[in-house]
Design a protein. Structure first.
Length: 74
């Protein structure tokens, strides 16, 4: 009994939520999702900094929408 009670205590109590973003092309869906991921620290460690450095190296401005594309290729 003690083992099952201990394992129940280690289960995350964080709730999840499903969200759908709907909009026309170029209305900022990927940008808002990328910004939400960055602002809530939901990205893999170092992902934002690596993408910002890659944009600087290429000479292109950083866009939060790029985060979505970079996560597809994990």
């Amino acid at each position: 009994m003690a083992t099952s009670q201990a394992s129940q205590n280690t289960i995350s109590t964080q709730e999840s939520m499903n969200i759908v973003f709907v909009g026309h092309v170029d209305h900022g869906k990927s940008t808002i999702v990328g910004r939400l991921l960055a602002d809530t620290n939901s990205l893999p460690k170092g992902k934002l900094e690596a993408l910002q450095a890659d944009c600087a190296r290429r000479g292109v401005p950083f866009e939060y929408a790029y985060l979505i594309l970079s996560l597809i290729h994990i």
